[in-house]
Design a protein around this ligand. Structure first.
Ligand SMILES: [Zn+2]
Length: 494
């Protein structure tokens, strides 16, 4: 008995004394970590630290556990910390975010960043798409692009990250990706983007403007400075084809992805994109991982220093949604516009490998609304619409069953015709509508009442308006909502 106790103690001491190292570092970045290695590493790392524990937040389409690490001071429980949710590798063929998350977990386990816990509480999901990762494929095992699945949420992986977001009540989210600049169109142009890191902030103009400017003007410069000091190059996130072959923008405006789906709830949300390898897999993995790692450390340092300001900013902006007033404007069609400036874009020449600066004239940095609606006080959803009811449940939208509509004015949209419109270069259905007014007591169908005074306020208005370019009717499985010659089934209560 005593001997076995001694043996256990000795083993335990050995486990504590051995520094944990990521499997990928141990083999000098010659292979990325497999999904099983991620699980094993997380289990070992958390055992060595009082500040860490791990849990399984769900299972992938292929049945792999999705592990998440909680990092916080275990002895302090007043809930006044800034909550930061970091998740990596929604896209399985973008390996370096996962590797950087493992190094972060390693260094948190070593106690290197214990000072953060004074102000921060973290959840880290190192690998959201383990099945895609094991075969270096973008999509999950069910063929779904997880980063285009944050509204309908067909994939268990997207549902898992949103559950964690809600339970944790994250104030800040960080979604880690890689970009691949070595495409043919850029090679033909003669140069390619070669930033170690590009970082994006929310761009949908319904996201609180204080949040957008804080992210852009305070957080990004800090990240840039830190990365440069560590020998990594940085650029504000850019999307678009090779210069002047189309518009160059800082993002899209849709909120179906891992950044803006949280941002539309007025969360301070970022996308990190490290540069991928030319082979889209293993080349330069060591440097790619360290770039991502230093980017995350820079942001966490910034958030640690600005924790109460950031927390107040997010809580105030979320309070505005929870107390949103009917009548104010919500943008439902928007577009990127030029601001009169050219972008001086640093590129690497495809022929000489030298740094070069290219003037981008087709630069569209400004997002402006093309169409606004007045926020109603609530929407009415037919209780018999099973799919809509599931959607409300999925997002944990607050609603009232059997509402009393006596004396309420209700508006319906009659869909006169449906045209195809190109917004942000994507075709979508743009209905011409006329409005109909009812007295609430005239309604014979059973409805649930969804107030717009809730965290999901801007999300719901953008989704429930038939003329919205980002509306639910534009999303897979919900197309039937728009029918010519019929009243749109979602009604407005003014
Ligand atoms: Zn990606």
């Amino acid at each position: 008995m005593i001997r076995s106790l001694l043996l256990i103690t000795a083993l335990w001491l050995t486990a504590c004394a051995t520094p944990v190292e990521s499997p990928t570092v141990l083999r000098n970045f010659e292979q990325p970590a497999t999904s099983q290695e991620v699980i094993n590493f997380v289990e070992t790392a958390v055992m060595t630290s009082d500040n860490l524990y791990h849990t399984v937040i769900g299972h992938s389409e292929g049945g792999t556990p999705l592990v998440a690490v909680h990092a916080a001071d275990p002895y302090e429980y007043p809930d006044d910390k800034l909550h930061v949710l970091i998740f990596a590798q929604q896209h399985g063929n973008e390996q370096s975010g996962k590797e950087a998350a493992l190094l972060l977990i390693r260094d948190l386990a070593k106690g290197r960043y214990n000072h953060w816990f004074e102000n921060l509480e973290l959840w880290i999901v190192p690998q959201l798409n383990p099945d895609g990762s094991d075969v270096n494929e973008r999509r999950n095992a069910g063929g779904i692009d997880l980063n285009r699945d944050h509204i309908v949420q067909l994939a268990p992986e997207t549902r898992a990250i949103h559950s964690l977001f809600r339970e944790f009540n994250a104030h800040v989210t960080v979604d880690i990706h890689e970009y691949y600049p070595f495409r043919e169109s850029w090679a033909e142009f003669g140069g390619y983007k070669n930033f170690d890191m590009q970082v994006g902030v929310p761009t949908n103009i319904n996201v609180d403007s204080n949040i957008r400017s804080f992210a852009l003007n305070s957080a990004l410069p800090h990240i840039e400075q830190h990365l440069n000091k560590k020998g990594f190059s940085f650029h504000n996130y850019l999307v678009g084809p090779a210069p002047n072959m189309g518009r160059t923008r800082h993002s899209t405006v849709d909120f179906d992805d891992g950044r803006q789906s949280f941002a539309i709830r007025n969360t301070l949300s970022f996308i990190f994109e490290g540069i991928n390898g030319p082979d889209g897999f293993i080349e330069n993995l060591g440097r790619r991982t360290m770039g991502q790692y230093e980017g995350i450390v820079a942001l966490l340092d910034f958030l640690h220093a600005q924790s109460s300001e950031t927390r107040d900013l997010v809580i105030n902006a979320q309070e505005k949604l929870k107390t949103a007033q009917p009548g104010d404007k919500v943008a439902i069609r928007m577009e990127h516009f030029p601001d009169g400036s050219n972008l001086m874009l640093p590129l690497t020449s495809a022929t000489t490998g030298q740094d070069t600066l290219v003037v981008v004239e087709n630069y569209h940095p400004l997002v402006q609304s093309n169409l606004n609606v007045n926020r109603p006080s609530a929407y009415l959803i037919p209780a018999s619409d099973q799919q809509m009811m599931e959607f409300l449940e999925l997002h944990q939208v607050e609603y009232e069953t059997t509402p009393d509509l006596t004396g309420k004015t209700v508006f319906g949209y009659f869909i006169e015709s449906i045209e195809t419109s190109l917004d942000e270069e994507l075709p979508n259905r743009f209905p011409q509508v006329s409005t109909q007014t009812f007295d609430g007591s005239e309604l014979t169908e059973e409805y649930v009442l969804v107030t717009t005074a809730q965290l999901h306020s801007n999300f719901l208005v953008s989704l429930f308006e038939p003329q919205s370019m980002l509306g639910l009717a534009q999303r897979p499985g919900h197309e039937h909502l728009l029918q010519e010659g019929e009243v749109f089934s979602i009604l407005r209560v003014e």
